[in-house]
Ligand binder design. Sequence first.
Ligand SMILES: [Fe+2]
Length: 245
Amino acid sequence: MASKHLSRRGFIAASAKTGLALAAAQVVTSDLLAHATTPYAPSTSFDQTPLSYAYNALEPAIDALTMEIHYTKHAATYAKNVKEAAQAEGVDTGKPLEDVLAKISKYSAKMRNNAGGHYNHELFWKSMKAGSSGKPTGKLAAAIDNNFNSFDAFKAQFSDAGKNRFGSGWAWLIATPDKKLKVISTPNQDNPLMDIAEVKGFPVLGLDVWEHAYYLHYQNRRPEYIENWWKLVNWDFVGQRFESI
Ligand SMILES: [Fe+2]
């Protein structure tokens, strides 16, 4: 870590001397963001990990058929396609997926859509469980109160981000590099780790609002899906994730 800081300072000094201060600032920003992802172990692999619960475990909020199709068809396809893109574009799939996301602008649209899709779903499955406690505790609960005034205010803001995302996308609770919490949303399979994201940060919690996540049971009633999804949030996992950064 010490040599990393030294080399960063060295780079900034050299850049400033050559009139590249802006480039240096961008490197520092992306370095901070990359740092925010690395302490969370394990980092995300290119392989789809098994679900830790049965397809019907999240009923009635999410029905078994939706879960099965979502996991075995949609998410499995992102995992397959991101590996194809990696092979075509010379990416080492033994490395963390986060490394690709941080430089996604350098890759193809296929990589962007499927690296995002794979990462987002891997996080989504882990962020849910049957028998949610209903609320965060500890440091995450305190941070939510500090940043949003109350859990209910946060919940309303996050729900609105999901409801108002036009078309397909995600609602996120993110931590910025200085550990402030924000609610944002991203289109399609983009996420806040991507260098092209309008607002960047570490995704603490994400909600899939693509129609494939809810249409079989809820049809066009996305707000009802979101309201019921709150009953599934695995706050132990999400709290540990927040504390890992
Ligand atoms: Fe999805």
